[in-house]
Design a protein around this ligand. Structure first.
Ligand code: AG3
Length: 282
């Protein structure tokens, strides 16, 4: 009989279970175990190596927060680098910014892109066909270590630091990102669910902090990243980018013409206010 439940095993002694109401795709790619299924509460769900990566219902929270926060804080980003993000949701949101002229996306697993285009078409929503996009199938670490290209914003849309995603939390990767950033640029990265992965916050701060003048985290709750708020790492050499005036942000957001379902300028500023248990871990 076909499996009818997806049991996520990311944390010791705690996990979420989603019913597989329709199995769409299940296959071992060259890099990882990829599964896409439909769930009655969250729509289509994609998981890699047993960990939920994205769902149709709540992806907007994650993708909006990892794009609009750095791009609107920067205010003049023309070039963006996305590491990972094979489902295309991040690319879709980045391309909504009228000032963005080119986006390079570096994804290690071509199968994730291919299957997401087929089974999660609303994630990329045509973004992979946009002429501003250059797609590179490569390891993100290799890319940032060797690329001669520079970017205004770098977004690390990676898996958790277990298995193939682990290198995207290494000092070598962060050094490469720093090297590929234009002066005044911003680096952001998904950094796990703080309550259950507090060591990731500490480790990232220790590795990323020394490379930049300003390093911090911001947060948002994404239901299928279970266990509380997810933190996003933030790093730049310009501390004022982290606390722009609300009026400036609101003006930029308005001028962009972007419609969001989670992001708004007030929430942007508020997301940098962190609970004390996170601050204490830094
Ligand atoms: N990548 C981040 C998934 C992290 C899940 N981790 C967790 N629950 N701790 C998502 C890819 C979406 N484009």
């Amino acid at each position: 009989m076909a499996k009818s439940k997806f049991e996520e095993k990311l944390h010791a002694g705690y996990g979420q279970t989603l019913s597989i109401d329709e199995m769409l795709f299940e296959h071992r790619t060259e890099h990882q175990e990829l599964i896409i299924f439909r769930n009655n509460s969250f729509g289509r769900v994609m998981a890699l190596d047993g960990i939920v990566q994205t769902t149709e219902a709540d992806e907007f929270i994650y993708h909006e927060m990892l794009t609009h926060v750095p791009l609107l804080a920067h205010g003049g980003a023309r070039s963006v680098l996305i590491i990972g993000g094979g489902d295309g949701g991040m690319l879709r949101e980045v391309l909504k910014h009228p000032g963005v002229e080119r986006v390079t996306q570096v994804e290690i697993d071509a199968s994730v892109i291919e299957m997401s285009r087929e089974y999660l078409p609303n994630h990329s929503a045509g973004a992979f066909d946009d002429p501003r996009v250059q797609l590179v199938i490569d390891d993100g670490v290799n890319f940032v270590r060797s690329s001669e290209d520079h970017f205004d914003v770098i977004i690390s849309d990676c898996t958790d630091p277990v298995g193939p995603g682990e290198v995207l939390f290494s000092s070598g990767f962060y050094e490469g990102c720093k090297r590929c950033l234009n002066p005044g640029g911003v680096f952001v990265a998904q950094n796990g669910v703080a309550f259950l992965q507090l060591d990731e916050v500490t480790t990232t701060a220790r590795r990323l902090g020394p490379l930049f003048v300003d390093q911090s985290f911001y947060a948002a709750a994404v239901p299928t990243y279970a266990g509380g708020v997810m933190t996003f790492a933030w790093a730049s050499d310009n501390p004022s980018l982290r606390s722009p005036d609300l009026s400036v942000l609101a003006q930029r957001f308005e001028a962009s013409g972007i419609r969001t379902r989670y992001y708004n300028p007030q929430l942007h500023l508020g997301s940098f206010a962190l609970p004390q248990y996170i601050l204490d871990a830094l």
